[in-house]
Write a protein that binds this ligand. Structure first.
Ligand SMILES: C[S@@+](CC[C@H](N)C(=O)[O-])C[C@H]1O[C@@H](n2cnc3c(N)ncnc32)[C@H](O)[C@@H]1O
Length: 388
């Protein structure tokens, strides 16, 4: 069972996300790894399947695998799927060395100017991205693709993503080419070291518990995941635990863009990971956050949570961390949505029958979450449910 006091302490500590492969990419609104670790340890056993249908930056995936649990996750954002998969990869030393060669050779490359695929230019993916930055990255990507080695490509794209986020996102000025190149090398070592730490823990816990945990992360809406799996003739196993954090009602969090040079947005991460964007912010947030009080958000959530129930073991648990721009209005509606989807809440009650839930005060996250529609008082709540 969950120790509420302990969870509250973890959720409200100023602990920064670190360790294992968690820092490969800073995904917006990501979980605290300690929170997920505690939930996984309390509500599942080694060998069980843990699921996160809004996997984001993959925090739950890393923690589940590290603890000897199998993992099934999905997200509609290609950046989330890329980062989550990369965080689970066991990168070899030869991959690191090959990547370092390419990254540092680039500075002296005269023959390879690098080609940016037309659709990224035509469809504005590189809007607001300094030309000198594009000229630095393009040859590295071209050389990487020519190698045709999937592991090295995943590694280099991860380094480019991490370094570029540092260089561009939420910055007033882009650092010099020299500083960025230095950072490429530092980030390559950081990603390699993180991957090693994760792989060692994953292996040692697998052998300690005598299990062989597997992970799958799909580019899919939560509502469609079982159908996608069935379409590939897969046997569906049920999750003992769903630990997740969906889009927040009435809240404007931008999962798919970076903000550069005084709040101008860019979709440059899609170029770095060789993928395409979906359909803008409302696509990633269950509809337009300004109209979340109306039906769309709750309709989407109902579909997603009903589908997830079909993937949850009858004796399993659903744990969520959710934020609302207006908890007084949205929380009762959200709880009603979960009741209709087939869950009952597991919570202690005080002498007046009021639910005793664990809340978290969220420090100011990022500029785009700091707007009119940011969560009231910056608070999130942990909800625990069982299927009925
Ligand atoms: C709050 S974030 C999850 C963050 C994650 N817990 C972490 O630690 O990084 C919510 C995620 O839900 C994804 N999402 C939104 N609508 C979705 C849907 N219908 N199906 C699956 N994922 C969706 C967004 O792209 C976003 O990555």
């Amino acid at each position: 069972m969950i120790d509420a006091l302990r969870i509250s302490g973890i959720l409200n500590s100023n602990h920064v996300v670190s360790g294992l492969s968690h820092n490969l990419y800073r995904y917006p609104a990501r979980f605290s790894p300690r929170f997920v670790r505690e939930i996984i340890a309390s509500l599942s056993e080694p060998g069980d399947l843990v699921m996160d249908p809004f996997v984001g930056g993959g925090t739950s995936a890393v923690e589940a695998l590290s603890a000897g649990r199998s993992f099934l996750g999905c997200d509609i954002n290609p950046i989330a799927v890329f980062a989550s998969r990369a965080k689970l990869e066991a990168f070899s030393e030869s991959t690191l060395n090959k990547a370092l060669q390419i990254i540092s050779a680039k500075g002296e490359q005269t023959t390879c100017g690098g080609v940016i695929p037309k659709h990224y230019l035509k469809d504005g993916y590189l809007n607001n991205v300094p030309r000198r930055f594009q000229r630095l990255i393009a040859p590295i990507l071209t050389l990487t693709e020519e190698l045709e080695n999937q592991e090295v490509e995943l590694f280099i794209r991860s380094v480019l993503l991490k370094t570029s986020q540092w260089a561009l996102d939420c910055r007033e000025q882009t650092p010099t080419g020299r500083a960025i190149r230095k950072r490429f090398v530092e980030d390559a070592y950081a990603i390699f070291t993180g991957s090693q730490a994760f792989t060692e823990l994953r292996k040692s816990n697998a052998s300690r518990f005598g299990v062989d945990p597997k992970a799958e992360i799909h580019l899919s809406a939560a509502q469609e995941l079982p159908f996608k799996l069935l379409a590939t003739n897969r046997r569906l196993s049920k999750a003992k635990l769903i630990v997740t954090s969906p889009p927040y009602a009435g809240t404007h969090i931008v999962y798919h863009q970076w903000q550069i040079n005084s709040r101008r947005r860019t979709r440059v991460p899609f170029w770095l990971i060789n993928s395409l964007d979906g359909m803008g912010t409302p696509y990633y947030t269950f509809g337009d956050y300004r109209t979340h009080t109306r039906s769309k958000y709750f309709e989407e959530a109902l579909q997603a949570y009903s589908t997830m129930k079909s993937m949850l073991d009858p004796a399993g648990t659903l744990v969520q961390l959710v934020g609302f721009s207006n908890p007084r209005v949205h929380l009762p509606r959200y709880l009603e949505m979960l009741r209709v989807a087939g869950y009952e809440e597991v919570t202690d009650r005080d002498s007046l029958g009021r639910a005793q839930r664990v809340w978290r005060n969220v420090p100011n996250r990022r500029w785009y979450n700091n707007t009119v529609a940011s969560p009231a008082n910056g608070r999130e709540v942990m909800l625990i449910h069982r299927p009925v």
